[in-house]
Design a binder for this molecule. Structure first.
Ligand code: FE2
Length: 210
C-alpha cells in the first residue's frame, strides 16, 4: 500500500431540511421508481434529512463494532443508520459494484479509498450480479486519498469507478459517530480484503435491528 494522502477535514457545506422519517422514506421510494443515478440521490440527500427525534429508534450500540440498522428497503434501494462506537473500523471492502451514498449525522469518520491494481484471480470478476467470486491469494492495492466525513460536509459516495474503501472512527477522537447510508441496489454481501494475509472473501451483510 502506498503512503497516505490526507485531505483536510471539511467544513459543513450543506444544511438539509429535517423532515419526518416517513416523509424522507416516501421521497426515497419515489426516486427508486425511476432511473437511479448517483446525482439524483445525492441531490435528495443534501436537501433532506430525517429529523433527529425520528432517528433515535434506529440507533443501536455495541461496544466493539458498528451496527447496521434498517430504515427502508425495497428491491431497488436501501437506507440504513450505522452506529460507530469509538475505535470502530471496517475491513477493506467493496460495494459489490453498486452505488452508495453516506451522510454524517453525528461525530466524524475517516474514509480511506483504495484501488485494486492486481490480483492472481482476475477471472473471478467475470460473474453476473456480484462483483467477484473472490479466492485470490495475491492482491495489490493502491491507497488513494482519504476523506473525512462530518455532518453537513460533502457526501461520501461509492460508485462503479470508486468501490473499495474502509471506514474508521479513530479511537483518538474519543467520540461515537452515526452515519446514514443509502445503497442501490441493496447490498447483501461484499468482498473483504485481508491485505496482511493476502486473501479476499465474500462476507454476508445483515441488519442488526431485525
Ligand atoms: Fe463501505
Amino acid at each position: 500500500m502506498e503512503t497516505q494522502k490526507i485531505s483536510p477535514v471539511p467544513q459543513a457545506v450543506y444544511s438539509p431540511e429535517p423532515v419526518p422519517a416517513g416523509q424522507f422514506v416516501e421521497g426515497i421510494r419515489e426516486l427508486s421508481r425511476g432511473l437511479i443515478t448517483k446525482q439524483k440521490i445525492y441531490d435528495y440527500l443534501v436537501r433532506y434529512e430525517i429529523r433527529p427525534a425520528d432517528l433515535e429508534q434506529y440507533k443501536n450500540w455495541l461496544p466493539d463494532r458498528h451496527t447496521r440498522n434498517k430504515i427502508f428497503r425495497n428491491e431497488m434501494i436501501e437506507v440504513m443508520l450505522i452506529c460507530w462506537p469509538v475505535g470502530a473500523i471496517t475491513p477493506l471492502h467493496t460495494h459489490n459494484g453498486q452505488l452508495g451514498w453516506m451522510t454524517m449525522i453525528e461525530g466524524k469518520l475517516k474514509v480511506e479509498n483504495y484501488r485494486k491494481i492486481d490480483c492472481n484471480r482476475p477471472e473471478a470478476q467475470q460473474v453476473v450480479g456480484i462483483d467477484c467470486l473472490t479466492g485470490a491469494t495475491k492482491i495489490e492495492m493502491q491507497h488513494l486519498q482519504d476523506e473525512f466525513a462530518v455532518p453537513g460536509g460533502p457526501l461520501n459516495t461509492v460508485d462503479k469507478t470508486q468501490t473499495i474503501h474502509r471506514i474508521i472512527n479513530a479511537a483518538e477522537w474519543n467520540q461515537r459517530a452515526v452515519s446514514m447510508h443509502v445503497y442501490s441496489l441493496p447490498i447483501d454481501s461484499c468482498v473483504v480484503f485481508d491485505m496482511d494475509a493476502q486473501r479476499c472473501f465474500r462476507r454476508d451483510l445483515k441488519y442488526d435491528n431485525e
